[in-house]
Design a binder for this molecule. Structure first.
Ligand code: B12
Ligand code: SF4
Length: 500
């Protein structure tokens, strides 16, 4: 009767990843409470599957992991259904969305608790308390609605020593879904595994959803521990490539180099996310060791070439426009492809200034491409994240921008697009400005099709390039219908919507 059902609402159309968020929660109760996993990415009708489990009458606790965007849509629909049909169940949400938007989640009436940030200790403690009738108010990392209706947050727990956490129960996950289903074909390899080796991030970029939860804290598993887990999956299920899902894999040069040394003999290709200013300080020998061990592409939030904007985003001081270009050039000699993401359309006092910033970034991106044409560019349209108290946040509110209030508001088509950085409803951006950004992106992707799209063969790449080259040279971005048509026919992959 006290079984726990953990649900990963659908987040990907293809390229399913190991559902690490709920798997780590399963690990936290393994051996203590029975658990079931339902993965919305692998089920045609997850609601029906969940109902089947609930009809047994054995499940009491239901945990959802929730990111904004389409995952939230399925989470809301199914949470409502569960609460209507099985009102005795206790619904607990975790992940970035509920941690950052607790009011709308708890006021919805169908979510009972939120785990605020890491759930490795908080979740089992909450279940223990609910099972025994002990008070839950002292459990750290918890958000709940107090009897007087106030949303109450308990204190945050220190980050847990990651090596002390239990191993993820991959073998048990395999009883629900074959692990090989999660080892997808990507540009990195035929069987790419997803691994999360550290939590948080030591930086405080003012637009980032990680900051309010981790407050500039970061903790990582040791290189040896990461290697042991990777080796297990490689030997047991044949993984040949790794996607590191850490917010910032390369915080520690020592750990990255140590991991490179361990993984090199395994002949695996790997990828991770990093900061330019951090990695630019790495020694040449470290960058060489990282590349030789199989890391051929690294994702960096470059954000902007404009130092004033970088400062506004709290990237300033350490990351500069010159450094972004210098580093792209430096990586060439190590044969590491930098994957740079840029955010265009940040607020400014006048429409002319907003437009001038956009034009500046377009030219900057072209400069990056000129020094290192292999640089992968991902363009986002700026969508504010409510990091309360930051200068950027104040500026966004001053412009008349409003965040959604109810949970349903978050999944209105306009807001879903907002989360996907497609149509950000921001008062300072006109439709023409958004068109300019998108059209430039179309032309840029035409001239330099992403290597991450494994469906595009050499011939298709050449055809798109030919068509787009002229526009790129003469800065003619308007109405790039012919490029769009080819991209549509060949279903061009967009990392900014589909995730990396
Ligand atoms: C993998 C991933 C994806 C995958 C899919 C994930 C999946 N579940 O199948 C893909 C690539 C599809 C994806 C897509 C998107 N993603 Co995503 N994704 C991630 C990523 C890199 C890793 C998530 C993960 O597995 N973490 C590992 C686990 C162990 O950590 P965790 O999730 O934090 O879990 C801990 C706690 O949060 C908590 N917890 C989490 N879930 C639960 C559930 C319960 C019941 C409990 C008790 C506790 C709990 O306990 C866990 C253990 O301590 C995160 C960033 C990150 N490093 O976490 C971004 C992230 C979650 N994604 C994000 C976003 C915005 C998106 C997109 C909307 C947009 C985009 N362009 O990427 C899309 C759209 C998705 C959709 N269709 O809805 C943001 C969310 C930001 C925000 N504002 O909330 C993040 C934080 C990235 C970022 N830094 O901006 N994503
Ligand atoms: S470096 Fe990346 S993960 Fe860290 S705060 Fe900045 S944007 Fe967020």
């Amino acid at each position: 009767m006290s079984k726990v059902l953990l649900f990963n609402p659908k987040s990907a159309e293809n390229k399913y990843r190991i559902p690490n968020s709920i798997l780590s929660i399963a690990a936290s109760i393994e051996g203590k409470y029975e658990w079931i996993i339902v993965d919305g990415n692998c089920e045609a009708d997850p609601a029906q599957k969940i109902e089947q489990y609930l009809n047994t009458g054995e499940v009491k606790y239901i945990g959802f992991t929730v990111m904004p965007g389409p995952q939230l849509r399925q989470a809301i629909t199914i949470a409502k259904l569960v609460k209507q049909k099985f009102p005795y169940t206790i619904m607990i949400w975790g992940g970035y969305f509920p941690s950052n938007q607790p009011d709308s989640v708890l006021f919805s009436g169908y979510v009972d608790f939120i785990i605020n940030g890491p759930g490795d200790y908080a979740f089992p403690q909450l279940i223990d308390a609910l099972e025994t009738g002990a008070p839950f108010e002292f459990i750290k990392n918890l958000i709940y609605q107090a009897p007087d209706g106030r949303i109450t947050k308990t204190i945050k727990e220190d980050l847990i020593d990651q090596d002390s956490l239990p191993a993820l129960p991959y073998d048990k996950l395999a009883n629900f879904y074959p692990i090989t289903k999660y080892l997808g074909k990507t540009y990195l390899g035929k069987k790419t595994m997803a691994y999360h080796s550290s939590i948080g991030c030591p930086f405080t970029c003012s637009f980032c959803a990680v900051v309010p939860i981790y407050e500039a804290r970061w903790k990582a598993k040791s290189a040896q521990m990461v290697y042991n887990d990777v080796k297990y999956i490689k030997d047991k299920w044949g993984a040949d490539a790794i996607e590191f899902h850490d917010n910032n894999f390369f915080v520690s040069e020592k750990r990255a180099v140590e991991f490179a040394r361990l993984i090199k003999p395994e002949n695996m290709i790997w990828w991770g996310m990093a900061r330019i200013d951090t990695m630019h300080k790495f020694k040449d020998s470290s960058l060489a060791a990282i590349r030789e061990s199989g890391c051929k592409i690294i994702f960096f939030g470059a954000e902007s070439g404009n130092n004033a904007i970088l400062e506004q985003m709290d990237k300033g001081g350490t990351q500069t426009g010159d450094q972004i270009i210098e580093f792209a050039e430096r990586l060439k000699k190590f044969d590491i492809i930098p994957e740079y993401s840029f955010v265009l359309g940040t607020p400014a006092p006048t429409p002319q200034q907003v437009q001038a910033q956009i034009d500046f970034e377009i030219n900057f991106i072209k400069k990056v491409k000129a020094v290192n044409p292999k640089t992968e560019i991902v363009i986002y349209v700026y969508s504010p994240v409510p990091t309360e108290g930051s200068e950027l946040y104040k500026q966004v509110l001053a412009s008349g921008f409003k965040f959604p209030e109810t949970l349903e508001d978050w999944i209105s088509p306009a807001w879903e697009n907002f989360d996907l950085h497609k149509n950000p409803l921001t008062p300072w951006l006109t439709p023409e400005m958004i068109d300019k950004i998108r059209n430039f992106e179309t032309v840029l992707n035409g001239v330099y099709p992403t290597v991450t799209d494994i469906r595009l063969n050499a011939l298709k790449r050449m055809a798109i390039k030919l068509v787009a080259n002229f526009r790129y040279k003469v800065n003619l971005y308007k109405y790039p219908y012919e490029i769009k048509l080819l991209q549509k026919v060949w279903r061009y992959r967009q990392p900014e919507i589909q995730g990396f």
